[in-house]
Ligand binder design. Structure first.
Ligand code: B12
Ligand code: SF4
Length: 374
């Protein structure tokens, strides 16, 4: 079938399924990205995301993931928010969950749509296909950029002329060969808003993110202790961060998000920190079932909640924080000590007298013992 006619049909079907953007690319010319992704790993910017390093050879070139693949059909789904999420950062008694995760897990929703589209493609053009969203060792942003969906902005995410920075990416690899569409050049120009706004200065230079400093990484991927400087800058964010996306001037062209199946789960929209502090492990599982937050696990979730509580300066939370000093998990305990310190110095000193000696875990002792606290 002629490429143009084939694509018209696939595009129509993709819109019917709720996709907002579609582009195609061959799998040539990713040498630049291969070099950059290796630099990223060599500099340890991946932090504890060891899965990036382990699969670096496959990840560094889209051809490596499946030897029969010849082209990629790249899809975008808009998830632009109704209002500016930066305003939510002022609501310090509430927990900020990033915009992409205030809804059912996008992986499942997009993957099922991709599978339907892939079957449709096979019906109109006998071929082999494989579908990907996020989790495979495949460079989705460079692919989306090569397919003409937009360009990688200085924050490293894909920016679209139609949807700004708010676009999920899904990929269908196929053994059909498509001629490459012309790649869109970067339209960031002299703008540096995303670099300037980042609270932890994670975008260390244009187009380069040190994930170890990124609040999205710290609250979602980082499994252990979070250092003090970052804790203060994390503010009320308990899962992910949107600052670099939210300031992007290209968002003014973003159309409102439309697909009903990706709609918000209302209870994830700026929930009260007090409710979360009282959560047991079981409450956590029930509350977050079917959302991306569930994969954090209870311990990391509570660690994050306690950091937000520390930043809230809400004294009515002290009693709930005290209960967390008895947690079996050392990272929760450490952040409970920190939260208590931030909320009440006198109560902190009282509890320190009672608890420091019996504490064995290094990071918790540091929180009790840190010279400047005593
Ligand atoms: C690992 C990962 C993360 C890590 C690391 C992020 C990163 N920037 O690498 C962490 C946990 C921090 C993260 C955070 C987020 N993520 Co994430 N993440 C991924 C994942 C799994 C891999 C990304 C990757 O390969 N990184 C390695 C780096 C080296 O690659 P890169 O970012 O493409 O960097 C390239 C550029 O820097 C470029 N480059 C370097 N120098 C120069 C110079 C010039 C001039 C140019 C043009 C390019 C250039 O070369 C590099 C290699 O290609 C992808 C899914 C996937 N399989 O691709 C999702 C993905 C990138 N994440 C996504 C999202 C939504 C987010 C968050 C917005 C979530 C949130 N709200 O908290 C944040 C955004 C933070 C940010 N500014 O990046 C979406 C992005 C959609 C989009 N529109 O781009 C993806 C594509 C998932 C999806 N399927 O939708 N994520
Ligand atoms: S905020 Fe500015 S520099 Fe950053 S991605 Fe958007 S246009 Fe590019």
């Amino acid at each position: 079938m002629h490429q143009k006619y084939f694509l018209e049909q696939v595009k129509t079907k993709s819109i019917e399924l709720g996709f907002d953007e579609l582009g195609i690319t061959d799998l040539k010319n990713f040498e630049f990205n291969s070099v950059k992704i290796k630099e990223f790993i060599d500099n340890n910017y991946h932090g504890e995301m060891y899965w990036m390093k382990d699969k670096i050879e496959i990840r560094s070139d889209p051809k490596n993931i499946w030897n029969e693949a010849k082209s990629a059909i790249v899809l975008g789904i808009n998830y632009g928010p109704e209002s500016n999420p930066l305003n939510d950062l002022k609501k310090v008694k509430r927990g900020y969950i990033s915009i992409y995760s205030r809804r059912k897990d996008y992986h499942k929703i997009i993957k099922s749509k991709l599978k339907v589209l892939a079957r449709y493609i096979q019906k109109i053009e006998p071929s082999k296909v494989k579908v990907f969203v996020d989790t495979a060792p495949l460079m989705e942003k460079p692919l989306a950029s090569a397919a003409g969906l937009g360009w990688q902005g200085k924050h490293t995410n894909l920016v679209s002329r139609n949807y700004g920075s708010w676009l999920f990416i899904g990929v269908i690899l196929t053994n059909i060969y498509f001629r490459n569409k012309k790649k869109i050049k970067s339209n960031c120009g002299t703008c540096s808003k995303c670099i300037d706004v980042c609270p932890t200065k994670a975008i260390i230079k244009p187009y380069t993110l040190d994930a170890r400093r990124c609040i999205s990484y710290l609250t979602i991927e980082h499994k252990t202790h979070i250092q003090k400087d970052f804790r203060i800058k994390i503010g009320n964010r308990i899962f992910g961060c949107d600052d670099c996306l939210a300031v992007c001037p290209w968002n003014k062209f973003a159309k409102k998000y439309s697909d009903i199946k990706l709609s918000y789960i209302k209870k994830l929209d700026m929930p009260n920190l007090k409710i979360f502090l009282s959560f047991s492990e079981n409450d956590f599982i029930i509350y977050f079932i079917g959302t991306p937050i569930k994969r954090l696990g209870y311990n990391r979730f509570m660690r994050n909640v306690l950091i937000a509580v520390a930043n809230s300066k809400d004294l009515s939370l002290i009693d709930d924080v005290l209960k967390k000093l008895d947690s079996r998990n050392e990272f929760i305990r450490a952040m409970a000590v920190w939260a208590l310190f931030c909320l009440s110095k006198s109560r902190f000193l009282l509890e320190k007298k009672k608890r420091l000696e019996a504490e064995e875990f290094y990071y918790v002792r540091q929180e009790w013992f840190n010279g400047e606290y005593s």
